[in-house]
Design a protein around this ligand. Structure first.
Ligand SMILES: [Zn+2]
Length: 218
């Protein structure tokens, strides 16, 4: 389907990602720890990033999904009750204060959710892997929390939780989110059969209280 993923090597002490200026480094410039396990070529720690822009393009390449992504504007019944984030003052604030973003109903308002989980055992907390999920709140309440529409954007592998160093890990995702916020990308809308400048914003984050502390430093 052309939806690739990136394996990015990481310093096991969470100092840096081996990308950009550190792409070819063999050891961490901050803590000197080797990039590899004893055997050369086997990375000590890997971050999985699933680039989001091709996946948003794919959502709009399906006419049914493309129409569903405008539900908040055309399908939502406005009855004065708070039944979806689109009914919230925050949503209306964006429409009012950022009209160049809010007036294009196909621009996505995203929720980011993350927490530690143990992929090996549900009871032990020794191992902590952090999946980073994105939710598109343009979708109706019956869909936005469905597995099909929740997007895994990143997998921060354990064994220890990233803590405040989560900002290092989130950098590739934040780069893409910045591009989508500042400039946007050209996307084909299969429902209206046209190209448009697609943008997205981080509307909210969903986490428990300890993760709130980690994410709030972003
Ligand atoms: Zn390091």
């Amino acid at each position: 389907m052309g939806l690739r993923y990136e394996k990015i090597h990481v310093c096991p002490n969470d100092c840096i990602l081996y990308r950009n200026e550190n792409e070819s480094a063999k050891s961490c410039p901050e803590c000197n720890l080797s990039r590899y396990k004893k055997k050369e070529g086997v990375p000590a720690k890997v971050l999985g990033y699933f680039p989001i822009i091709p996946r948003f393009k794919r959502m709009y390449s399906d006419p049914v999904d493309a129409e569903k992504l405008t539900w908040h504007k055309f399908g939502r019944k406005k009855v004065g009750l708070l039944r979806h984030p689109a009914d919230s003052p925050q949503w209306r604030f964006i429409d009012g204060q950022l009209p160049d973003f809010g007036s294009e109903e196909r621009n996505l308002r995203l929720g980011l959710s993350t927490d530690g989980m143990n992929s090996y055992s549900s009871l032990s907390s020794i191992h902590s892997t952090w999946p980073v999920m994105l939710v598109a709140y343009n979708l109706p309440p019956s869909l936005c929390m469905k597995r099909k529409y929740i997007m895994l954007s990143m997998l921060i592998s354990g064994p220890k939780q990233p803590g405040n160093d989560i900002d290092e890990y989130l950098a590739p995702l934040i780069n893409d989110l910045k591009l989508l916020w500042e400039e946007g990308v050209e996307v084909f809308d299969a429902n209206r059969n046209e190209m448009f400048n697609f943008r997205a914003m981080l509307f909210c984050t969903i986490q428990d209280y300890p993760a709130y502390g980690n994410l709030s430093i972003l």
